[in-house]
Design a protein around this ligand. Sequence first.
Ligand SMILES: *[C@@H]1O[C@H](CO)[C@@H](O)[C@H](O)[C@H]1NC(C)=O
Ligand SMILES: *[C@@H]1O[C@H](CO)[C@@H](O)[C@H](O)[C@H]1NC(C)=O
Ligand SMILES: *[C@@H]1O[C@H](CO)[C@@H](O)[C@H](O)[C@H]1NC(C)=O
Ligand SMILES: *[C@@H]1O[C@H](CO)[C@@H](O)[C@H](O)[C@H]1NC(C)=O
Ligand SMILES: *[C@@H]1O[C@H](CO)[C@@H](O)[C@H](O)[C@H]1NC(C)=O
Ligand SMILES: *[C@@H]1O[C@H](CO)[C@@H](O)[C@H](O)[C@H]1NC(C)=O
Length: 547
Amino acid sequence: MKGFTATALAGAALFLTANADVDPIVIKGSKFFYQTNGTQFFIKGIAYQQDYLGNGTTTGSSGGDSSYVDPLADGSSCSRDVPYLQQLQTNTIRVYAIDPTKNHDQCMSLLADAGIYVIADLSAPGDSIVRDSPTWNDDLYARYTSVIDAMANYTNTMGFFAGNEVSNNNTNTDASAFVKAAVRDMKAYIKTKNYRTIGVGYATNDDADIRENLANYFDCGESTDAIDFWGYNIYSWCGDSSYTESGYDVRTKEFSDYNVPVFFAEYGCNEVQPRKFTEVQALYGPKMSPVWSGGIVYMYFQEANDYGLVSVSGDSVSTLDDFNYLSSQLASINPTGVNSNSYTPTNTAAQACPTVGSDWQASSNLPPTPNQELCECMFNALTCVPDNVSTDKVGDLFGVVCGLGQDTCAGIEANGTTGDYGAYGMCNPTQQLGWALNSYYEQQVAAGNGASACDFSGSAKTQAPSSPTGTCATLISQAGSAGTGTVTSQPSGTGSSGSGSGSSGGSSSSSSSAGVPGFSAPAHIGVLQVAFYLAIAFVSGAGMILL
Ligand SMILES: *[C@@H]1O[C@H](CO)[C@@H](O)[C@H](O)[C@H]1NC(C)=O
Ligand SMILES: *[C@@H]1O[C@H](CO)[C@@H](O)[C@H](O)[C@H]1NC(C)=O
Ligand SMILES: *[C@@H]1O[C@H](CO)[C@@H](O)[C@H](O)[C@H]1NC(C)=O
Ligand SMILES: *[C@@H]1O[C@H](CO)[C@@H](O)[C@H](O)[C@H]1NC(C)=O
Ligand SMILES: *[C@@H]1O[C@H](CO)[C@@H](O)[C@H](O)[C@H]1NC(C)=O
Ligand SMILES: *[C@@H]1O[C@H](CO)[C@@H](O)[C@H](O)[C@H]1NC(C)=O
């Protein structure tokens, strides 16, 4: 019977691919609704991705840590699994990394036919904001926008996550400034491209020290910068726990006045086995359902981490004990929602931004919008550029050159704690190094020290700079001679390679809808001890530095 269902669906997909539309899910206040009839939508979700560890790596056997299997690119595996998702009452799946170059029509159509929506993370293993050295740069912008381009057209795409558990304890909260910039820019991108309104959110971890500040930070300030929904990865209900023992009561109170939808983006503690999923009754029950929009169980596939609902082998699927427990729990709930027409949000105010201090190190001043064109224009206009610098030497060379001269590296600074961002902090390492080398070089030329200042033991060379015209001239002038200005012009390109604007060529002076935050005082990068000594040695041998 199961086999028959799967086969029938696979066949049907061939005919339905073109027009499997569902009613989009929309957000009003702190709830989700079906757009047409206004019925409230509670997420009954399953995390659906094989070999994915959630910490930015995979267990894929081929291609190392950065390889991943796109769960929506293979119609036959989707047709194998959709009937099981239906048995679990699933109306939403979460996928962690899709390959935007692949075709997703068949899977998205099979899911749509089953009334299943998709929330997709925008990052990928090896292509995400790294908590201990965060950046929001041209490459990531290109990756994130390419996922949006690949998914936006499907009516059952429900939302995107701009990050998953990036800041995970009080040592790396500054990374959240970069993730929030990603939220802001992806929201603006969806608008610029005239896509259907699709929410952009964040999936947080449950670290007691930072969870409240995180929820406040991503929600605070201008709504154009803030998350559209908040996902909570929470594993505090284990075995036969309770509303109070699990802390669900306190979490519910914390979010009772949150102004956007909040739901569990992962749940299902496996410390007690089998998982009986008794938390389902609480989550969709009368105490929590007025605040929470349901949740997503981690996860469909049984793997080494032992969170699976089914085990899959080739074409065959076997349900595990957890599957049966979850299925009957979900079959027995009936959350009472409201209809959109009779719902007037009362909690409309955003949370207050947390202040930067010992517990919280992310400034409310966000990094600028990545702009690949700006970086290319800048690099082409340099006189002194890197030459044959091996990747492992780039870090050393930054250490040296940033310690020399006056604010040589302010233009490439990106400090999420102070909120100081140079205009070129989003550029690739070669472009950034070029900016730094050239800044130093120009200071030396101005001081009468000449061309030997562009050498750095053979790591730099001079090139004939191209004099910026048109858009390049505008961008570079906004960035300012120290690279610490605010670039408000959008690039003239159209998106696919890292620029999100519709402003058409020429003397682009349209202001950014993304609301690029102003740059405050010129930043100061600390002089590294090593560079200090090198600088002393430097007086007698301009540019001749051994690395
Ligand atoms: C509203 O539409 C959805 C999806 O089309 C459907 O599942 C739901 O039952 C509808 N609500 C009512 C009250 O008919
Ligand atoms: C990711 O998690 C796995 C399993 O817990 C661990 O082996 C791996 O070292 C982690 N990788 C990173 C980069 O944290
Ligand atoms: C998106 O859908 C519209 C309307 O169905 C269609 O015209 C357009 O080509 C689609 N775009 C992509 C990228 O699939
Ligand atoms: C914070 O998280 C990082 C990255 O996961 C980890 O290396 C570090 O040990 C953690 N620090 C504390 C104090 O928990
Ligand atoms: C580039 O650097 C490598 C080692 O760092 C050296 O072996 C090679 O000769 C250099 N190439 C050029 C063209 O200078
Ligand atoms: C940001 O600036 C502060 C204050 O100068 C400094 O303590 C901190 O280390 C800087 N952070 C990074 C990531 O450079």
